[in-house]
Design a protein around this ligand. Structure first.
Ligand code: GDP
Length: 327
């Protein structure tokens, strides 16, 4: 006859089986985006990116840019629920001897994970030598000013209704908005938001014009970690056919559906998963439920502590909060 212990074990196994089944069902029904929806949205983004490149190239030939390209979860097959947003990376062409990157922790603001872009050699190359000098404020390249420069081009001078009607979309800039966003209606009830993200690459640093929540850091650029974090997670899955990305997508969807959890971003969740990867080696699909519960516990742990060190750079606290006691 079964012992008491084996009965409990059996119950536990059944419970895990049912969590496992529920997770897969939830994924199929509420998380995964149908492939056709994904490809139509991507195509709309590609069309608009091509159109914009063309336009800027012809109308603003002196604007110092590298090739604009798309990026983000829609591109990496990590988007959930709806195919409705993507980033359009706008890399600025920076003259090597005119600009340098000052890591945030070396500045008076002491903010790891961010940096300042300093204008160098003004004595030899006076203001105006670089196209981007127009966006320099107090000796540093100002992300807001770069965004405003694009805004003038993108919202102010392009005839989006005309381009939209040629491409078969309704395109309008989103105003008012903190950053530069285009809303593209590509079907009666389907919208895609394209978020312009200016990007600066200097030596080993890449930084994006995505501001910190606090206005006092307004002149700083955010060091771009998304590519490295995502590649690390996807690489591990590819290596052992693991369920890390699946787990990430389920968690992203849960945060999407629950307003209180919406402060947890893809970046937070990816980093928590990467930390959990350091502790656990088995990520086969059969243990999805266990890993999922473990990542939940880790998440609660980080929230209780109020800190989440970045997996790429432990100096960076991804939960860095505004109002510490006594602050
Ligand atoms: P999701 O949109 O929640 O699925 O998350 P993503 O993984 O696509 O991340 C997009 C978010 O990260 C946007 O808010 C971006 O502004 C921000 N972000 C910060 N740095 C980067 C970067 O280097 N590349 C991209 N694509 N997004 C970045």
């Amino acid at each position: 006859p079964p012992t008491r212990k084996s009965k409990i074990d059996l119950k536990k196994t059944r419970l895990h089986m049912s969590i496992q089944e529920k997770l897969f069902t939830f994924y199929r029904k509420h998380v995964a985006i149908p492939p056709t929806e994904q490809s139509i949205a991507k195509q709309a983004a590609l069309d608009i990116c091509a159109e914009l490149r063309n336009y800027i190239h012809h109308k603003f030939p002196d604007m110092q840019l590298r090739e604009m390209h798309l990026s983000g979860s829609l591109y990496d097959d990590l988007q959930v629920v709806r195919a409705d947003h993507i980033q359009l990376m706008v890399p600025l062409l920076m003259e090597k001897n005119l600009w340098s990157c000052v890591p945030g922790e070396e500045t008076i603001l002491n903010l790891p994970g961010f940096c300042l872009i300093r204008r160098e050699n003004v004595e030899y190359f006076p203001r105006g030598s670089s196209y981007w000098d127009r966006c320099v404020v107090g000796g540093y390249l100002c992300p807001k000013s770069v965004i405003a420069t694009f805004e003038k081009v993108v919202s102010g001078s392009i005839n989006w209704p005309a381009i939209g009607s040629i491409l078969g979309y309704v395109i309008r800039p989103v105003v008012p908005s903190e950053s530069l966003i285009l809303e593209v209606q590509y079907e009666e009830d389907r919208r895609l938001f394209i978020d312009f993200l200016p990007l600066v690459v200097l030596e080993e640093h890449a930084a994006v014009a995505k501001a910190h929540r606090l206005p006092r850091y307004g002149n700083m650029w955010r060091l771009s970690q998304r590519g490295a974090e995502t590649a690390a997670l996807m690489g591990r899955d590819q290596h052992d056919s693991g369920c890390r990305c699946l787990c990430l997508k389920i968690l992203k969807a849960i945060c999407h559906y629950n307003l209180q959890l919406s402060h947890l971003t893809a970046s937070h969740l990816t980093n928590i998963l990467l930390h959990t990867c350091e502790k656990e080696s088995d990520w086969s699909h059969g243990v999805l439920a266990d890993r999922f519960l473990q990542v939940l516990r880790e998440t609660v742990g980080h929230l209780e502590k109020g800190e989440l060190p970045s997996a790429m750079d432990p100096k960076v606290d991804l939960f860095f909060r505004t109002h510490r006691r006594g602050d």
